[in-house]
Design a protein around this ligand. Structure first.
Ligand code: F6R
Length: 359
């Protein structure tokens, strides 16, 4: 049941710190070495390219995974929306390895791709929350998310669990390849920082509720901006908001704004900047200011080390590869409180089903 929570979504958002701790003990030993089946790692080690396939929020988790695999393993990684990839006649590399991200393990769009992959005898892994689900049974390997049942239609804990499992896998494969950056990546420590950091964000729910009221509740549109992994989180943040609050929310790459979307900015349009990456922080800030100077109501979600006076929401510091695990939490809660304050059914938004078993 929901326990003391009015909606499953809030319960599931609140479960995330403990899930990070659970995944740490299940997937990393006391010395921080990944506990991943060596047969899976051998198979992945033979690949020349990874293909991550998913839909919706799982696709967004895949985008974050690309950064982890490319940094820690140095393997080219493509991320595709399953419904598109299924009919795209893709030109594959010589030795592809497929990773399916799916909370439910039942998404028809993703299953079509896996069926084709199996016909071609390419190796595959499903990362899912549901043991014995269809995509788990049909792939060569499975890694479980161990997030517990996700009931709310809006996916939250599955997204962060998927990223955490991708991080474990990327570290494991990077170590197999003898990559020093993977050996040095102290994921055990980082995930404990993430868990504590998530909790400190969740503890600021009253402030986030106020921000939802001030920026979103009366708005018919809203924008999230970011660069790199911050852009990937902007896509997920916008999806969460549109799903349960029915606000037309979009995530944009900060630098793309001036190539079109900035035409949408009017007086009081809410624009959220996600800023966690050192290399792009200054550019992201100036892109955000360009919207402010056109009347946007801007606010920032910023990693502490990059914070400036006037920033709206400060995130605790973690490794830059893992900041999506923290920056997504205020976005999940902003969506939650916007939906709640609008009096909507948070857990069961219109037109949506929890698992989409038709193409
Ligand atoms: C968004 C959401 C959907 C799912 C998508 C894929 O909150 O829940 O976008 O992420 O339908 O579902 P799975 O991960 O079960 O394949």
């Amino acid at each position: 049941g929901k326990g003391p929570y009015p909606y499953y979504m809030l319960k599931e958002v609140n479960e995330q710190p403990n899930i990070m701790r659970k995944l740490t003990t299940l997937y990393l030993d006391a010395k921080g070495k990944p506990k991943i089946d060596h047969k899976l790692l051998d198979k992945m080690n033979q690949a020349d390219r990874l293909y991550i396939i998913g839909a919706g929020t799982s696709y967004h988790a895949g985008l974050v995974g690309k950064n982890l695999f490319e940094k820690l393993v140095h393997i080219p990684t493509e991320v595709h929306v399953s419904s598109e990839f299924a009919y795209a006649d893709p030109i594959l590399s010589k030795h592809p390895f497929f990773i399916f991200l799916t909370q439910s393990g039942e998404t028809a769009d993703s299953r079509v791709v896996l069926t084709n992959v199996n016909k071609m005898h390419y190796p595959s892994l499903t990362i899912t929350n549901v043991d014995h689900s269809t995509l788990s049974r049909e792939a060569d390997y499975t890694l479980l998310l161990h997030a517990g049942p996700e009931v709310s239609v809006a996916s939250t804990k599955a997204y962060t669990s998927q990223i955490a499992v991708e991080a474990v896998l990327a570290k494991a494969l990077g170590e197999v390849k003898g990559r020093q950056i993977a050996v040095d990546f102290n994921l055990r420590h980082q995930l404990s920082l993430v868990a504590t950091g998530m909790q400190s964000v969740i503890d600021q729910h009253a402030k986030i509720n106020q921000m939802a009221k001030k920026y979103f509740v009366k708005s018919y549109n809203a924008f999230y901006l970011g660069r790199g992994t911050d852009f990937y989180v902007a896509l997920e943040a916008a999806l969460k908001l549109k799903e349960i609050s029915y606000i037309q929310a979009e995530g944009f790459a900060s630098g793309e704004l001036k190539h079109g979307p900035i035409a949408l900015i009017q007086k009081n349009t809410p624009v959220v900047g996600i800023i966690t990456q050192k290399k792009t922080a200054a550019l992201s800030r100036s892109n955000l200011e360009e919207t402010a100077s056109r009347g946007a109501k801007t606010f920032t979600i910023v990693r502490r080390a990059l914070a400036k006076p006037g920033d709206s929401f400060i995130l605790p510091d973690v490794d830059e590869m893992l900041t999506p695990l923290l920056s997504v939490i205020p976005a999940q809660l902003l969506a939650y409180y916007t939906s709640l304050n609008k009096g909507l059914n948070v857990d069961q938004p219109r037109n949506l089903a929890k698992s989409v078993t038709v193409e």
